[in-house]
Design a protein around this ligand. Structure first.
Ligand code: URA
Length: 434
């Protein structure tokens, strides 16, 4: 059935419900070029302002899935599990997690993205490994997953093309921050990717999309419901992003920290979250006789899976990682306890040092970023380095230092308002009880 884009825009502008047929038509027509960018922008703004109900969000998600291919892993002989993080500062968890879960008995087919703005992208981090390739054909993906148990690569252009076009449009029209549009964007790609189960890591705090727990819970509940409706067993954790995760922020620095975790060391928050998410993935995938993730970190099997995964995508796991040409220490101005270390300030500083990109076409500096020598709650002495900044050009330090000013505070005790690492867990069962 044919519709009129203006009628669909005015329906949402006037706070009325869009029908399934209207949603199917507008997504299909937009993907094919029959609805103009300015019309889709107006509709996205009407949705941002007036929302969509659960039925509309489910229809919108299905229409975006149908705009492209749906991958199928049924030829594999073990269950598939994936994780998606809504993004944060120092969030390198996918790197140790994918091979860890593979070593414990599930297959992990993970399509990831690049960073934009202050949050890093998994593909940018992995591309700091010499030789590693992000773009794979579907046959190559299957080969890597059979070889290593896990594959992390870029989504091909055939997967949810409607979302690709719409996300680029939202990025330049102030319509990113809509829970229905974020939830449908993320879940259309994850459902099209074909995973049997999914664990969502919804970050909360200054360094995340969702600044407060209520918004994060609403996003998590919307995504868990969408996953359940599509037959993908989905669980969400709300986790802290009011301070950076781990001690490394920046592409190659985060790869090095991930390798430490796979070698049985690494910062305690990164280890704790990696193990927790691995257990959630194995449970959601119902892997029979799964190995315990802590054991797989200790006995080297997770590291073996990492080396196979990197090697199968052309990377050399033993090659030295890129290092930035210049470093500068930021020292503690007084003695005491580090009360807070703001995730957004550290993320923007790392971005200004060259770790992130401003426009999609920009290149990132693999060696740039920040090494944190203290985390909230640690005791520090005046003059002790709090962090080391890494950049390719010394001219970048000044703007990074400017954003760090006010981004940390030394006092007597850690700020009691800091979130616990895992704030909440949301399952399909919780939604039914509401
Ligand atoms: N990530 C996505 O893939 N889509 C959004 O809308 C926001 C974050």
């Amino acid at each position: 059935m044919g519709f009129d884009a203006i009628e669909i825009i005015t329906t949402k502008r006037d706070r009325r419900e869009l029908s399934t047929a209207q949603i199917d038509w507008v997504i299909d027509a937009y993907t094919r070029g029959g609805v103009a960018d300015e019309q889709m922008s107006a509709l996205a703004m009407a949705i941002l302002l007036n929302g969509m109900n659960r039925r509309e969000i489910a229809d919108w998600t299905l229409a975006m899935i149908r705009s492209g291919e749906r991958m199928d892993w049924s030829a594999l002989d073990r269950p598939t599990a994936d994780k998606h993080s809504t993004g944060g500062v120092g969030d390198k968890i996918t790197l140790p997690l994918a091979p860890l879960v593979a070593a414990c008995g599930a297959y992990v087919p993970q399509l990831s993205g690049r960073g934009l703005g202050h949050t890093g992208g998994t593909l940018d981090k992995l591309e700091s490994i010499p030789g590693w390739r992000a773009s794979l054909s579907n046959d190559e993906m299957l080969h890597v997953i059979r070889t290593a148990g896990a594959v992390v690569c870029a989504a091909g252009s055939g997967l949810a093309p409607a979302d690709k076009k719409l996300y680029a449009l939202r990025d330049v029209t102030g319509t990113v921050e809509s829970i229905p549009l974020i939830a449908s964007s993320i879940m259309s790609k994850k459902i099209a990717e074909g995973t049997g189960s999914l664990v969502l890591d919804v970050k909360v705090g200054s360094g995340a999309f969702m600044k407060n727990v209520d918004d994060a819970r609403e996003l998590a509940e919307t995504m868990v419901a969408l996953g359940g409706d599509a037959g993908v067993r989905t669980v969400a954790l709300l986790t802290a992003m009011d301070r950076p995760l781990g001690r490394a922020v920046g592409n190659a620095l985060e790869v090095a920290e991930s390798v430490e975790v796979l070698a049985g060391g690494g910062p305690s928050d990164v280890v704790e979250l990696t193990v927790r998410l691995a257990r959630e993935m194995l449970e959601a995938a119902a892997v029979p006789g799964a190995k315990d993730p802590e054991q797989a970190l200790k006995d080297g099997s997770a590291m073996d899976a990492w080396r196979r995964m990197i090697g199968a995508q052309g990377g050399d796991p033993d090659a030295p990682l890129p290092v930035a040409a210049e470093t500068m220490d930021v020292v503690a101005p007084s003695s005491g306890v580090l009360r807070r270390l703001d995730a957004l300030s550290v993320g923007v500083a790392a971005w200004r040092l060259g770790a992130g990109r401003e426009r999609k076409e920009d290149a990132v500096s693999f060696g740039a970023g920040i090494t944190l020598h203290a985390k909230p709650g640690d005791t520090v002495r005046a003059g002790q380095p709090l962090m080391t900044l890494h950049a390719d050009e010394p001219g970048r330090f000044e703007r990074a230092l400017a954003v760090l000013e006010g981004g940390y505070e030394i006092g007597e005790v850690a700020d009691p308002a800091l979130f616990p690492l895992v704030i909440d867990r949301i399952t399909e069962g919780d939604l039914a009880r509401d």
